[in-house]
Ligand binder design. Structure first.
Ligand code: NAD
Length: 282
């Protein structure tokens, strides 16, 4: 898809981080923007910034865990701008905890519902009309290097991101089989400097209430925040994504140094070697 001008992009998780950057870059390329996010104040700030930059913007406060809200988003987007050409299923949260911990079940469910079911709903709701209108269009699903190699202590995140990779590969093959004009990409970054380390700012109270008290600054949390803060810029990630959409490139791997973990994992699989720390992503 090489002509963005006057076309429409829908972006979930658009209020901050990678999603906001995608909105800025698609806006600068001449697209109408549909921004969806669960965090109202950040969404309002994003609307102000993007509108002041002169981009046509529609915003909806939605929770991607809710199928009905994504159906409403699709309807509102098409009512306002007509056909949808780019869909970025990007909303996500970072949450983890050991597999052996029996008390973090609701945090696991919350993570998988957003990171995986949110992307499944996005594809299922938006795709029929995107296929039907027949114009060049593209779906970008945000996974992670955690969808290609599993680090410990990140169970629900890894599971959700492997799911997004599998969904995207399946979708890409189906779009080829059906000879549609829908391109597909999967975005797999390692660390990017965003708000992901404080994802629990959006955790609903009923989920939080099920979790044991955590010390304000646990060692693990401090470590994650430092790794995220030291990550690459969202601007670089956005450039990778626009380039992939323009050139119909499926894999968007933004960190060359993280590819070794994927190669090690593939080697381990075919050679029957048990999982080891060497096959992590960072
Ligand atoms: N930052 C990284 O290091 C990194 C690495 C790999 C993948 N990712 C992925 O990138 C995507 C974007 O995250 P980010 O790093 O920009 O973090 P971020 O926290 O800055 O942005 C995530 C956005 O998603 C929104 N969101 C959260 N839950 C939602 C819900 N239920 N419904 C709708 N919106 C919701 C948040 O409000 C926020 O605006 C995520 O899918 C994340 O897993 C991030």
């Amino acid at each position: 898809m090489d002509d963005f001008s006057g076309k429409t992009a829908v972006i979930t998780g658009a209020a901050s981080g990678i999603g906001l950057e995608l909105a800025k870059q698609f806006g600068a390329a001449g697209m109408n923007l549909v921004l969806a996010d669960v965090e109202r104040p950040a969404l309002d700030r994003a609307v102000t910034e993007l509108s002041e930059a002169g981009y046509p913007v529609l915003a909806r406060e939605i929770d991607v865990r809710e199928h009905d809200q994504i159906i409403d988003l699709d309807r509102a987007a098409r009512d306002r701008f007509g056909n949808i050409h780019v869909l970025c299923n990007n909303a996500g949260v970072g949450a983890g905890g050991p597999v052996a911990d029996p008390d973090n079940l609701e945090a696991w469910r919350w993570t998988i519902d957003i990171n995986l079911w949110g992307v499944i709903y996005g594809c299922k709701v938006f795709l029929p009309a995107m296929i039907e209108h027949g114009e060049q269009c593209h779906i970008v699903n945000t996974a992670s290097m955690a969808g290609l190699a599993s680090a410990p202590m990140m169970g629900p995140y890894n599971i959700s991101k492997y799911g997004v990779v599998a969904l995207s590969e399946t979708l890409s093959k189906e779009m080829q089989m059906m000879q549609t004009a829908v391109g597909v990409s999967v975005l797999c970054p390692a660390f990017v400097a965003t708000g992901i380390a404080t994802s629990d700012r959006n955790m609903p109270d009923d989920v939080r209430a099920t979790l044991p008290e955590r010390p304000a600054a646990s060692g693990m949390q401090t470590q994650i925040e430092a790794m995220v803060a030291g990550g690459i810029s969202t601007e670089v990630v956005g450039q990778h994504v626009l380039d992939a959409v323009r050139n119909d490139r499926f894999w968007i791997l933004t960190h060359d140094e993280a590819k070794a973990g994927v190669i090690t994992r593939a080697d381990d699989i075919v050679n029957g070697v048990n999982p080891s720390m060497r096959a992590g992503f960072a």
